[in-house]
Design a protein around this ligand. Structure first.
Ligand code: GTP
Ligand code: MG
Ligand code: ZN
Length: 326
């Protein structure tokens, strides 16, 4: 602790503020600070991640599927305690609980523009305690080269972004290609004077709805469907716990898969441009593929009735890995 008191980061506007354990509001944005977030700030430091992706790619469903896994990981990590600390976060947990009790997903609520998802995650194997802080945004704000940063305030200040891309929806998206999305990201940051050479940005590229990607190579499809964490959270056996060594093994495989997706995504010109554009701007890339529902859902526009997520923790694990390193 410095002589000026504690420093902490406001989870709404991401500026550094000073104050004791009792600070109630951010002096800059005037938002009420979640008490447990403030109290445990040093012990459970935040990992901030902006979600970036066009409409209907699965951002809201991903946040629900991730919540489901974060809740259920209590079955897998022996000292782990997940705690939602805003009402919006608790609502997400409530939806999941209702689903687990009834076997049918209630209508999903999208987080409002002023709402922040904050989940304290204590006692994770490998990483210890971290607080996941993220937001949900309506996809329309990413349509143009200039993203309105007031509606995506983490974009400028959080080093890590989850860039969600739905490859199955691309052919019907009016000529969009993946390199446009990273172009919009870079253009927005440059407009706001982010210096990529000085501040290394990290992009976790998440291929969503991977259950629907028709030409996914067999080894990647196998990786998707055989998620040991999904098996472990649902097993009732005694050996479902995962220790540090098993997490290490998981992360090694996850790394290899990231490389394999990076190679595969460059099978066409747009993919090559995507990767080269990131390299040119000093952006660190990692790749994941997820299925939040586990299988195709009904006709377009319908919300899933069940969630059997596969590999949805991977993007979050990448955020932890990328922010653990100096
Ligand atoms: N097959 C399949 N469908 C999915 C998956 N994830 C989401 N969907 C479907 O995709 C549609 C859009 O999902 P949302 O999560 O609402 O998308 P969004 O990105 O939040 O969209 P906006 O809020 O409009 O920007 C829904 O009908 C979901 O059921 C998945 O993993 N697999
Ligand atoms: Mg949404
Ligand atoms: Zn603030």
């Amino acid at each position: 602790m410095s002589i000026f008191g504690r420093r902490l980061i406001c989870p709404y506007c991401l500026i550094e503020i000073r104050g004791g354990k009792n600070i109630a509001r951010c002096p800059r944005c005037n938002q009420e600070l979640p008490v447990q977030y403030v109290y445990d700030f040093e012990r459970v430091p935040p990992v901030f991640a902006q979600v970036f992706g066009w409409s209907r790619v699965g951002k809201t469903v991903f946040l629900s599927a991730l919540t489901l896994m974060l809740v259920k990981m209590a079955n897998v990590w022996s000292k782990y305690v997940p705690t939602p600390v805003t009402d919006a976060t608790q609502r997400k947990v409530q939806e999941i609980n209702e689903y687990l009790a009834k076997g049918k997903m209630p209508p999903l609520t999208q987080l409002g523009p002023q709402e922040v998802y904050i989940m304290l995650l204590k006692g994770m194997e490998r990483w210890g305690g971290r607080t996941l802080v993220t937001r949900d945004c309506a996809g329309e704000i990413f349509d143009n080269m200039q993203v309105p940063v007031d509606q995506a305030p983490f974009l400028l200040h959080a080093p890590t972004t989850f860039m969600l891309i739905s490859l199955p929806d691309l052919p019907n998206s009016g000529g969009r290609s993946i390199e446009m999305l990273i172009n919009n990201y870079i253009d927005t940051l440059m407009k706001h004077k982010v210096d990529f050479a000085k501040e290394r940005r990290k992009l976790v590229v998440v291929l969503t709805k991977a259950d629907l990607i028709p030409d996914l190579p067999p080894n990647l499809r196998q990786y998707l469907v055989s998620d040991p964490l999904w098996a472990a959270v649902n097993s009732s056996g005694s050996n479902r716990e995962m220790n540090v060594a098993e997490m290490e093994e998981y992360m090694e495989v996850m790394s290899r898969v990231s490389g394999a997706i990076e190679t595969w995504i460059q099978r066409d010109a747009a993919g090559k441009t995507f990767v080269r554009r990131a390299q040119e701007r000093n952006i660190e890339l990692r790749f994941s593929l997820i299925s939040s529902t586990g299988a195709a859902v009904g006709a377009d526009g319908t919300m899933p009735q069940t969630l059997e997520p596969r590999r949805v923790l991977d993007p979050y694990f990448w955020a932890l890995e990328l922010q653990s390193r100096a």
